[in-house]
Design a protein around this ligand. Structure first.
Ligand code: MTE
Ligand code: MO
Length: 208
């Protein structure tokens, strides 16, 4: 589906303002024009209009709630221009994603003061951990479109997290739940040796 070109706010992810493309490329990364596909396992067949599909927000919050896919698509959306950095050494500059700001989703849940971390839960049990503060910066989305078109299934349709200041493995494809936690815990790739935080500028690739 092509998105109507009504005006949405455009958020510029700050790392895109570092200067030349060289300045914008973190250490030991190479630029690519293509968008590679990487994930563990097979691409899940997701029907977001199946009554079982819900996005669940739960954990250390006053107001646990669920959203249907139509409710998410009806929420105020923004565009984010950002660079993507994969731990496998490719970076892709100037991507425009469309979706709902994570901050709006999280605020509605009324996080308890104890909530400090997020665990994203995806289809087939995939998980990824992100500090709450870094999950709700302006450039973080629950994204459903890229370059004006629905994200393709291999890139995470119907809904993926987008945390552009961290390595791309922190951006969960096929998202189904957001858990707020008072303690950090390793997600899927972190249990397999990836870094708990994942800042591409300080090469937080592996190890804790
Ligand atoms: N659900 C899910 N999301 C995931 C992964 C995965 O295995 N499962 N892999 C992560 C990794 S390691 C990377 S590098 C990016 C790749 O996103 P892309 O295929 O859209 O480039 O997705 C991330 N999100
Ligand atoms: Mo990755």
């Amino acid at each position: 589906m092509t998105l109507p070109s009504t005006q949405r706010p455009l958020i510029i992810s700050p790392d895109t303002l570092r200067g030349s493309s060289k300045d914008r490329t973190p250490p030991a990364q190479a630029l690519t024009a293509k968008w590679p596909v990487l994930h563990y396992g097979s691409i899940p067949k997701v029907d977001p209009h199946n009554p079982d599909w819900r996005l669940r927000i739960f954990g250390q919050v006053e107001n646990e709630y669920e959203l249907t896919y139509d409710e998410i698509r009806a929420m105020p959306a923004v565009d984010v221009r950002c660079d993507m950095h994969c731990v496998t050494h490719w970076s892709r500059l100037d991507n425009v994603f469309t979706g709902v700001p994570t901050r709006a989703i999280i605020e509605r849940a009324k996080p308890r003061p104890s909530a400090k971390f997020v665990m994203c839960h995806s289809e087939a049990g995939f998980t990824v951990n992100v500090p709450l503060k870094e999950f709700i910066t302006d450039d973080c989305l629950l994204a459903y479109a890229w370059d004006g078109q629905d994200i393709t299934p291999e890139h995470g349709w119907p809904l993926r997290g987008l945390v552009p200041r961290l390595y791309l493995w922190k951006s969960a494809k096929w998202l189904r739940g957001i858990e707020l936690r008072n303690t950090d815990a390793p997600g899927f790739w972190e249990q397999n040796g990836y870094h708990m935080h994942g800042d591409p500028w300080s090469e937080e690739r592996f190890g804790w």
